[in-house]
Design a protein around this ligand. Structure first.
Ligand SMILES: Cc1cc2nc3c(=O)[nH]c(=O)nc-3n(C[C@H](O)[C@H](O)[C@H](O)COP(=O)(O)OP(=O)(O)OC[C@H]3O[C@@H](n4cnc5c(N)ncnc54)[C@H](O)[C@@H]3O)c2cc1C
Length: 307
């Protein structure tokens, strides 16, 4: 990993949005960044919002635009590029969510550098690890040229952030993106549950629930869990496609994954098998999901959940 003029790696963290306090995944990313070197942050949030949320030990400097920049505005990429130069960053990190991947991929093109997405670990020597081949192997890679640009999956490290002094704010001039104009942004409807990719507990349901999610929803609310699903369920329209876990859906890596009646096809396993603890419920004792489960319950999902 190349080092800045101080001899210590300069790590620039992209937090494209800040909504009040930092999210769990943002706090995890800052924890990881602090292990790698001197940390500065670049954000599309306003200076005031950023200063409040980022009064955290280890955050040295925060780069903001003249005003708030909402992804996917290309002005965020301009801001990022300028911040990389200002901070002399040798490492640029973001959370593995679409807006950050989009901005960092565009940055990598501008800097003629590579990008490694969906990383689960980064060492001080600059090696990055990520699960590949439906999560059955771990790939260890290194940046070829330019800064190391990577996005890190939520739940890859434990967040340990402590309150600190208000960071220095540097406002950088940016122009609105000429490529396109954002006409309107509207928040997605929320369930009050944690986002699927960031949740520490995920309950995933299959065709076996027969369209009735009420018991699973009750359990999710008691555990503070997010609800995911197999493709059979999203295809049936019982839950939105954004909840699909697997090869053609999202990848999750929670501390606890409860699989309710999911058969465990390879395309489903690839999206959840890096979970810390897997509990599988299935009425078929030969269901493939039991091959990777830490705890298995052979029985019907409704019986398991009835008090
Ligand atoms: C290119 C490609 C990409 C794919 N991408 C994905 C993906 O991203 N995510 C994904 O999930 N799938 C994906 N699939 C589909 C995948 O192959 C499986 O078909 C799908 O995961 C099956 O979902 P399921 O286990 O819910 O349903 P089924 O295969 O129908 O299995 C239902 C299971 O429920 C159990 N069951 C039924 N009733 C109960 C009950 N009352 N209590 C307990 N257990 C019960 C049964 O024993 C069975 O194991 C993909 C397929 C392809 C070809």
């Amino acid at each position: 990993m190349s080092r800045g003029t101080s001899g210590i790696s300069q790590v620039l963290v992209l937090l494209e949005r800040i909504e009040g306090t930092l999210s769990g995944a943002q706090a995890e990313l800052l924890t990881l960044a602090e292990r790698l070197g001197d940390v500065s942050v670049v954000t599309g949030a306003s200076g005031e919002a950023a200063g409040d949320a980022l009064s955290i030990r280890g955050v040295r400097e925060v780069y903001v635009g003249d005003g708030e920049i909402t992804p996917p505005d290309g002005a965020l990429v301009d801001l990022l590029e300028t911040a990389v130069k200002e901070s002399e960053a040798s490492v640029v990190l973001g959370v593995d969510v679409p807006d950050a991947v989009d901005a960092l991929a565009r940055l990598s093109v501008r800097l003629d550098a590579g990008i490694i997405t969906s990383a689960t670990g980064i060492d001080v020597d600059g090696t990055v690890s990520k699960p590949v081949l439906v999560s059955e192997h771990t790939c260890v890679a290194r940046a070829g040229q330019g800064p190391l640009i990577a996005t890190v999956k939520p739940n890859s490290v434990e967040a340990i952030t402590e309150k600190g002094a208000r960071p220095e704010l540097t406002s950088l001039p940016v122009k609105p993106s000429p490529a396109f104009e954002v006409l309107e942004t509207a928040p997605l409807p929320t369930s009050g549950r944690p986002p699927l990719t960031e949740a520490r507990v995920v309950i995933a349901v299959s065709r076996g629930v027969d369209g009735d999610l009420s018991l699973v929803e009750q359990l999710a609310d008691e555990l503070g869990a997010a609800i995911g699903a197999s493709r059979a369920v999203t295809d049936a329209g019982w839950i939105d496609h954004s909840a699909q876990i697997g090869q053609t859906g999202v990848t999750v890596s929670p501390q606890l994954y409860i699989s309710v009646g999911i058969s465990g096809a390879i395309q489903q396993k690839s999206g959840m098998q890096t979970s810390d603890v897997i509990v599988a419920i299935n009425k078929d004792e030969d269901a493939p999901v039991f091959e990777i489960a830490d705890y298995g319950v052979v029985g019907t999902s409704t019986r398991c959940f009835r008090r």
